[in-house]
Design a binder for this molecule. Structure first.
Ligand SMILES: NC(=O)c1ccc[n+]([C@@H]2O[C@H](COP(=O)([O-])OP(=O)(O)OC[C@H]3O[C@@H](n4cnc5c(N)ncnc54)[C@H](OP(=O)(O)O)[C@@H]3O)[C@@H](O)[C@H]2O)c1
Length: 234
């Protein structure tokens, strides 16, 4: 029987590439939130979409309980994320709270909900999708940088707690990847970003998904509490 994987925010971008790659080997459940993702959702023998707003603690508990009826969640990829960029001086409380809620709080909610069954199953993999901005900071991104740096601290701490349980926890920090999220970057800023990236290009979603595939495999069994940049040399 296939192991079960849960990918948050698997409807598009990096999450979708992760769903595609993992569905070759695992039974994959993914969450989404928006009406456009509802309309475009992909369902197949090994891919199961579930609607759940990452802001909503109760919805997260419901989703995990629903999946657990089919078996233990062995692999959790905390991927769902948003940006609401503004300088700290102009940022509203809602813009701060929303970004922390989706990028950081939800990772804690999902991880905690999956933990006991994963421990009982005696094997697990958690991968948290952070960002290079969590390591470097970003102009107009204090909320996002704080959430993504928090996710790194969370991953390292959880890794220590779960190492003895045969569960690894790692973080991936992508640089700039071609997705809906980076489409919002104005062209002039994109040009100056490209000049700073040693490989002079944005990454692809599959370049991030390949690393996820490795980190959830048996081959990565002695790797935990680490942060991996997929960033073209940034
Ligand atoms: N793209 C980059 O350059 C880049 C770089 C570094 C890190 N990252 C990180 O990589 C992850 C994926 O980013 P991406 O570029 O693939 O973004 P994206 O294309 O905008 O996709 C975001 C995903 O998150 C889901 N999501 C957003 N709000 C949600 C909510 N309230 N509840 C549940 N799901 C929600 C979206 O689903 P719905 O549309 O259905 O809500 C979608 O599946 C994020 O954590 C991001 O911070 C991206």
């Amino acid at each position: 029987m296939r192991k079960i994987a849960l990918v948050t925010g698997g409807s598009r971008g990096i999450g979708k590439a992760i769903v595609d790659v993992l569905s070759e080997v695992f039974d994959v459940y993914y969450t989404y939130h928006s009406a456009s993702s509802e309309a475009a959702k992909i369902e197949s023998e090994f891919i199961h979409p579930l609607k759940a707003d990452s802001h909503d603690y109760e919805a997260i508990q419901r989703v995990v309980a629903e999946i657990v009826q089919h078996g233990t969640i062995s692999i959790l990829i905390n991927n769902a994320g948003i940006t609401k960029d503004k300088t700290c001086r102009k940022m509203t409380k809602n813009e701060w709270d929303d970004v922390i809620s989706i990028n950081l709080n939800a990772a804690f909610y999902y991880s905690q909900a999956c933990l006991q069954p994963m421990i009982d199953g005696g094997w697990g993999r958690i991968v948290n999708i952070s960002s290079i901005i969590g390591l470097t900071g970003g102009f107009g991104q204090s909320n996002y940088a704080a959430a993504k740096a928090g996710l790194i601290g969370f991953s390292k701490s959880l890794a220590m707690e779960l190492a003895i349980k045969n569960i690894t926890v790692n973080a991936i920090s992508p640089g700039y990847v071609e997705t809906h999220m980076t489409k919002q970057i104005p062209e002039s800023i994109k040009t100056s970003l490209l000049e700073k990236i040693p490989m002079r290009r944005f990454g692809t979603t599959s370049e991030v998904a390949s690393l996820v595939r490795y980190l959830v495999s048996e081959d990565s069994s002695y790797i935990t509490g680490q942060v991996f940049c997929v960033s073209g040399g940034l």
